[in-house]
Design a protein around this ligand. Structure first.
Ligand SMILES: [Zn+2]
Length: 389
């Protein structure tokens, strides 16, 4: 493994604190997996022992009507809600739960056989559990994939989680724990991890991002997009930048060029960091775009924008609602947070600087999915950290 920020090499492991060298330096930075013997031009993934629920291979649909309206030469929509549990998160859950299985299943066997030394610490005993903080899509996806992998899962959420997501998580047999706010949620996950549970989402502050084994799953999305011809831009609804980071890694591995990656965000976070703010700071804002809320940014998001010469575009709730309505009339019913990608396309195309260019907008979740319930805008403050919905 290697650090995205300082490039230091590390043995393969679940480094929940991110890069230890950067952490010691007061920075939070995620790691990536390195494949020294990989053939150039091909995506390599960590071994998953065939574990999959058929995620990926989602439709990419050309929408010339919307392209013309937005002022682009070509616009494609990638329908990520066609994944098994209805969002792009399934691409992450598959390799992440394959990795979790390697650690959690031996712990389950040990617990069954009662061979745990009585004097061992909690961390040594290990909790045979996958734990994740989520307010929606990630929780549903992780609960489903954990069930498929035979792993007990605990999803920690807040009152903001829509009823549809709650029903799905419970249907998969996961334990749903509700805490008062998002800061309490990350704290709860941290306690479970201290007991040896497998963390399937970020829980650190400043935020780092998801375990790199999960982010690997998004590399395939880059190859699916490139198979239709490398676009000029890929527009991504963005919170902590797992998807952005995985796309960058995928395009780099393919070696055919990296499109400009554009982060659509509901209020200025990355935009403020790109204008000079410290990425470890807090960037409060209020939004109904539940899946991409929260007041933190990550180094991995910043890195993906920097390496791809990309940018951040603010799509506020009014813009996202207008884009959602426009998508609906064009035959696509997107979750509000997903419609933010189209809203960002319209912002980018407004000055006609993208005439003739090809953009791909990722529609990460459906308006008829687990996030269906209309939620009131929620505040993102320094005590309100959201991750990986
Ligand atoms: Zn580092």
């Amino acid at each position: 493994m290697a650090c995205l920020r300082c490039d230091i090499g590390l043995p393969v492991g679940d480094h929940d604190e991110g890069c230890p060298a950067c952490a010691a330096d007061g920075h939070a930075a995620n790691l990536r997996l390195v494949y020294p013997d990989a053939a150039p031009g091909r995506i390599v993934l960590p071994p998953a022992d065939g574990f999959s629920m058929g995620e990926g291979g989602t439709p990419q649909v050309e929408v010339p009507d919307l392209a013309a309206a937005a002022g682009l030469g070509r616009l494609s929509l990638k329908l990520e809600w066609c994944n098994p549990t209805g969002s792009h998160k399934d691409r992450m859950s598959a390799p992440l739960m394959a990795r979790a299985r390697e650690r959690v299943i031996p712990l389950m066997a040990r617990a069954r056989e009662r061979v745990i030394p009585l004097m061992a610490s909690a961390r040594e005993r290990g909790a045979p559990l996958v734990v994740a903080a989520s307010s929606g899509n990630a929780g549903v996806s992780l609960a489903a994939y954990a069930a498929r992998a035979g792993l007990p899962a605990e999803i920690v959420t807040t009152p903001a989680m829509p009823a549809g997501a709650r029903r799905a998580i419970r249907a998969h047999g996961a334990r749903l724990v509700e805490v008062a706010d998002s800061a309490a949620r990350w704290h709860h996950v941290g306690r479970r991890v201290a007991d040896g549970a497998f963390a399937a989402t970020n829980y650190r502050v400043p935020a780092i991002g998801t375990n790199p084994f999960g982010i690997e799953g998004y590399k395939i999305l880059a190859s699916e997009i490139a198979a239709h011809g490398l676009p000029d831009l890929v527009v991504v609804p963005c919170a902590r930048g797992d998807l952005l980071s995985g796309l960058l890694l995928g395009f780099l591995e393919l070696g055919r060029g990296v499109p400009r990656l554009v982060a659509a965000e509901p209020f200025p976070r990355l935009a403020r960091v790109l204008a000079g703010a410290d990425y470890r700071g807090s960037f409060p804002g209020r939004t109904a775009q539940l899946s991409i809320g929260g007041d933190t940014v990550t180094f991995q998001a910043l890195h993906a924008l920097g390496e791809s010469r990309g940018r951040a575009v603010v799509a506020d709730d009014d813009a996202a609602r207008a884009a959602q309505a426009r998508l609906g009339r064009a035959g696509f019913h997107a979750e509000l947070s997903a419609a933010a990608a189209l809203a960002a396309v319209f912002v980018l195309g407004a000055d006609r600087a993208l005439a003739g260019r090809h953009a791909v907008a990722l529609l990460t979740g459906s308006g008829a999915g687990a996030m269906d319930e209309a939620a009131p805008p929620t505040d993102a403050t320094s005590t309100d950290q959201r991750e990986s919905r």
